[in-house]
Design a binder for this molecule. Structure first.
Ligand code: ASC
Length: 129
């Protein structure tokens, strides 16, 4: 059975909250604001890799999750689902590549830049302000 709409919204927002915390930690290391720590970096990268596709796999954008609750998801998520999935899949692909790159600050920076583009690519079109 599908989770209730408000629980689906909570689930996808929770995954993104955790993703944002981990990407923030990685960005801080990539910028040098925080000392690079390989184990911490790989851990955060793995969190993002693991959580990245949960909202789509678990069905968190189901019927009734487009309005009413405090969602910022754009109606285009439902009106152009193939394009939304294509944009989302770019994020997942970049996220799954992150752990292998996170053990070195140089490769982490490159992988994070790739990841950031896929975050922005989806948010620009599918997240309302
Ligand atoms: C992050 C984060 C995003 C992206 C985006 C990249 O760290 O939480 O949504 O990067 O700002 O442009």
């Amino acid at each position: 059975a599908q989770a209730k709409p408000e629980d689906q919204i909570k689930y996808r927002q929770s995954a993104m909250t955790v993703n944002a915390r981990s990407s923030g930690a990685l960005n801080a290391m990539a910028k040098g604001d925080v000392a690079f720590n390989k184990d911490v970096a790989v851990r955060h990268a793995s969190v993002i890799a693991d959580l990245s596709d949960l909202p789509l796999q678990a069905g968190a954008f189901g019927p009734g999750t487009d309005k009413g609750a405090p969602t910022k998801a754009d109606p285009k998520v439902w009106s152009e689902p193939e394009k939304f999935k294509a944009a989302y899949d770019k994020f997942t692909a970049a996220a799954k590549a992150l752990p292998a790159a996170a053990g070195d600050v140089g490769t982490l920076k490159v992988a994070l830049a790739d990841l950031g583009k896929t975050c922005k690519g989806c948010h620009d079109d599918y997240r309302m302000k």
